[in-house]
Design a binder for this molecule. Structure first.
Ligand SMILES: C[S@@+](CC[C@H](N)C(=O)[O-])C[C@H]1O[C@@H](n2cnc3c(N)ncnc32)[C@H](O)[C@@H]1O
Length: 291
């Protein structure tokens, strides 16, 4: 996908705005813990896990990435599009590995550092601000690259996958989850998803597999996770509709109408298999030696 400088800029702006105004923030995570009787001044990593994961499948989805990426206690791991660091902290805590997170949105990187500092993981999780399409890391320095539910926001997938291959050592492993397109996902829906969720590029699984091969990955495995997502999305829609009704009753303003309508369309697309999710994994075999 060729993009002008201007196109890239507009998409970056859209993504950072989406996440600067996202309901899940470090402050909101700490407030939630306080409301449920926890002490935000004295926390351990598991205290965060019910609140800081911005992806489907909760902790089991992270365990699946640990296994697929072969992460061990001596691994150097990169989480691309780490958000406020939920998966990075879980992987560091569970496996003992050192995890570096990278994210485009500065407020997410600050939030990630704040939360890691509060649970004693500042030494084993680090966060850098940067673009997945042009990573701020040297070649061949990571044993594993992971990501949860984020690459739908990245327009230039070949550049992203090329960067993932570049920063991995030879035979290092990549494992990630992302949204995938199915039959019936047409241009109108693609545009709606881009406008509403900053989901700028959702490929079909075969296109993803092809791009992974071209980027230099072998032993590619694809696991379709679409069916498990449908009830989760249906529940979220019900929650958004409840919140919309409450806001309308309280303020008289129907300000969430468009979002709920688009979300309902998204859920319908998931129900008919036009959109779904998958876990991908592969082994780096570009043979490039670290510099
Ligand atoms: C749905 S959140 C996922 C966060 C995290 N993986 C998790 O599961 O909790 C997507 C994240 O991708 C980041 N992102 C989007 N485009 C990016 C890009 N081009 N480079 C780096 N990060 C990006 C956003 O800023 C956001 O924090």
């Amino acid at each position: 996908m060729a993009l002008t400088e201007e196109g890239t800029f507009v998409m970056h702006d859209q993504v950072t705005h989406f996440y600067d105004t996202h309901p899940i923030t470090a402050a909101q995570v700490l407030a939630k813990i306080g409301e449920t009787g926890g002490d935000p001044e004295s926390l351990t990593p598991p205290d965060l896990f019910d609140h800081d994961q911005d992806h489907y499948g909760h902790l089991a989805a992270n365990d699946a990435l640990i296994e697929a990426a072969g992460i061990a206690s001596n691994s150097q791991v990169l989480d691309i599009c780490a958000g406020i660091g939920g998966p990075a902290r879980y992987v560091a805590w569970k496996s003992g590995a050192e995890v570096t997170g990278v994210d485009l949105t500065e407020s997410r990187c600050h939030g990630a550092r704040e939360l890691s500092g509060r649970v004693g993981l500042a030494g084993t999780t680090r966060f850098s601000c940067g673009d997945a399409q042009s990573l701020p890391f040297a070649t061949g320095v990571f044993d594993a690259v992971i990501s949860q539910e984020a690459w739908l926001h990245v327009p230039d997938k070949p550049a992203l996958l090329g960067e993932a291959a570049r920063v991995l050592r030879p035979d290092g492993r990549l494992a990630f989850t992302d949204w995938i397109a199915g039959p019936g996902f047409d241009d109108t829906d693609r545009k709606m998803m881009a406008r509403t969720f900053a989901a700028v590029y959702v490929p079909v699984p075969d296109a993803y597999r092809q791009m992974l091969e071209t980027a230099g990955f072998r032993d590619i495995a694809v696991t379709d996770l679409s069916a498990a997502r449908v009830p989760v999305l249906q529940e979220r829609l019900a929650m958004y509709e409840r919140l919309r009704a409450e806001t309308l009753a309280r303020t008289g303003e129907d300000r969430d109408r468009d979002y709920c309508e688009h979300y309902a369309r998204f859920v319908h697309l998931a129900e008919i298999g036009a959109i779904g999710g998958a876990r991908f994994s592969g082994v780096q075999h570009t043979g490039e030696t670290p510099v």
